[in-house]
Design a protein. Sequence first.
Length: 173
Amino acid sequence: MKFSEWLYENTKPSTEMVNFYKERTRDHIRRVSKNLYTIAGERDDLNKVELLARARIHDKSKYSSQEYEPYIWLTWWHKEKGAGRKFEYPAGMKEKVDKAAKSHVFSNPHHPEAHSSPKDMSNIDIAEMVADWASMSQELGTSLRKWAKEKVNKKWNFSKEQTKLIYDLVSIF
């Protein structure tokens, strides 16, 4: 066994890291759920049952065996980066984090990457995406409108109708 393989096998996240991940992820999911309930209350044109169903399952994959541990490390990396501290993954973990993140965005329909084109996203997918973005802006104290402008206009190619829906939903928050 190579040293890097041994190191990875013998390096587990600390209890502090695990607890931080669980709390932060729980809080994120609660905010997304609250945001989806807000959207459901504001938008009669969106299926409320589907919106509330999404609230119950948002980011469940982060608790799967493929994503759980890598996301603990990724969450800790973001925590340390946000505090201005340098943090390095143990040997082999960056690859696992990248694989888990890719799996997450490609298997959850509120991420545009989960579709062959963002234009294939349903209105419910878009509502959950905006609720997710709003949760992140609430957590970080950043501008949801600015985030949306950067992503909608520069990263993904949404249709005109989808773009209007996104900004209409952003305006709720």
